[in-house]
Design a protein around this ligand. Sequence first.
Ligand SMILES: [Zn+2]
Length: 661
Amino acid sequence: MHRRAITRRSSLVGLLLVTAAAACSGGRTSPVAAPAPGTTGSRASRMGIPVVEAFDRAVAQGTRTRTGSPGPRYWQQWTDYRLQAELNPISKRLTGQGALTYHNRSPDTLEEVYVHLLHNLFAPGARHNTDVPWSVEGVELSRVAAQGQALAAGKREGPGYAVDGTIMRIRLPKPLPPGESLALDFSWKLRIPPDGAPRGGQDGEAFFISYWYPQMAVYDDLGGWQIDQYLGNAEFYLGYGNYDVALTLPAGWLVTSTGRLLNPEEVLSAQTRARLDSASHAKGIVRVVTEPDRAAGTSTAAGTGGKLTWRFRADTVRDVSWATSAKYLWDATNAEVGDANGDGSPDTAAVHSFYRPEQRASHWGESARFSRHSVEFFSRYLLPYPYPHMTAVDGPTSCGGMEFPMMTCIGGQWDTLGLYEVTTHEIGHMWFPMMVGSDEKRYAWMDEGLTQFGQSQAIADMFKGYDDEAKNRRAYLSLAEGGTEVELMRHGDRYPTYASYGIASYYKPATVLVALRGVLGRETFNQAFREYAQRWRYKHPSPSDLFNTFESVSGRDLDWFWRTWFYETWKLDQAIDNVTTTGDSLEIVVENRGRAVMPVRLAVTRTDGQVDSLTVPAEAWFDGERKRIVRVAAAPAVKSIDIDPDREFPDVDRSNQIWPR
Ligand SMILES: [Zn+2]
């Protein structure tokens, strides 16, 4: 999901433009002593991170490792979905049937299973912590069956099901042993909520259909069933599966969905198919459906009985969403994604954009170009985009910007930079959490923070010189300075304010990753970031897996870093306390005034233009020491001293980092 940036004008803006002169030690640098081996004994208690018992157990059982790779006995569940739905755009009613095959790949026998009914967020009386449209209605189930046996609701014993909010618990007719599969059948109805619903809904013209079918909850090696309620704020933890979907709509309504369209000959006109075909190898944007084309028989096929059934197939995804409107224009192009299927030759993905003509004022005519850039950028920066298409949809305003596999719903008005930003943010989510399937509820930073960081990289590539990282840093610092910050390692529904959730999930982790890149160096950081994505593609990483991957790739113990930035709300305030000349050397007293521990990077610039670069290692502060003396040669004369000359660390007070002040 995308957040409109919270920004505060800050005196730091000017300083962010300072760039470091080329570093040159010139043989005049006094090495800064690192602590001798063995002197960091108190580190574990002072700078260690909490033991995660579930993780230790997983390591003992061989499902995870201490190097950040999945363990040799790693397992996860899998579900095959066959879903069909018919939507009546007048009544806004959706009627659905689903046949699920749930494969138990765990070593455990399951006597019950859990299913999400996320649409119950809209049931009258539902618990929620975000605004939802007043009293729509929840999911109306007309059939629930397991192992071929129809189940009744509310029975206290024996096979049956019970719905509590957005979670359904199913007690199975017979236990499901390891290695066996379970058939589940559902029939249901629901009403698509009006604008104002988080992450989807309809505004009378455009329908974005999300959370519309019974979806298996995750059962994993760390915590068993993850069945936290969907309350509106914290997002999701979803398992992987394959989907066959059939969607029936009035002819003339364009439909786009997660997955590959299987029957274009049945649902699209010959003209639309021909234009789509040219878009698959076009260099520019192809206008597939324009204003006069929007009619049954011209954009879509004519249909039988006024209806068309669109069939989609999606492989290895964690969800399926779809959108439809009779008003949509359709733009298309393609993106070069590198070798996505491993056959040694470059692949492309289709890029689609669906929007109403009036959204040209919000630059939707550029949407396909923005999407193409984003897909190509992240394919280079992280891993090749593996899915058949990436589609941006103009949806109800309350979509804001929301990610679904191969899809994003974007609502509201945007300027050029804003539309690019929200588009690239949501496309960044195709990597986290769509490909790298973390638990968004408990660790929102694992998808939002990584994506917010990635967004900055994409924006800098698209709009050369635009510093989105500085924007994230200012948002984090504004809350940190106010003292109302809350740590990152907290469930997304347990933040006291929306601002504290936003900072901990988006701006602080994005800022912290920039700082980590500063600590490790760009090359090592990028390598570790990619390695993490590669190792956990289509899997369920926990924070320990991310931490351990960065440590194993960099070859460094970074517990102090995780502790400082993920588990605490310690602030960084590195300062030059004093500078004096003693004989032929200059003594620089460096002070760590905050509780955060980080290396101190010093740039000493001399009147002859030479710059000495020195580092006080982070370990200097582990035992609570506050000051360190750094000695450099006094001649040639020192013109200025600067801490963190590259402006990579989120220091709360830049003014005390420069000498002379
Ligand atoms: Zn997001």
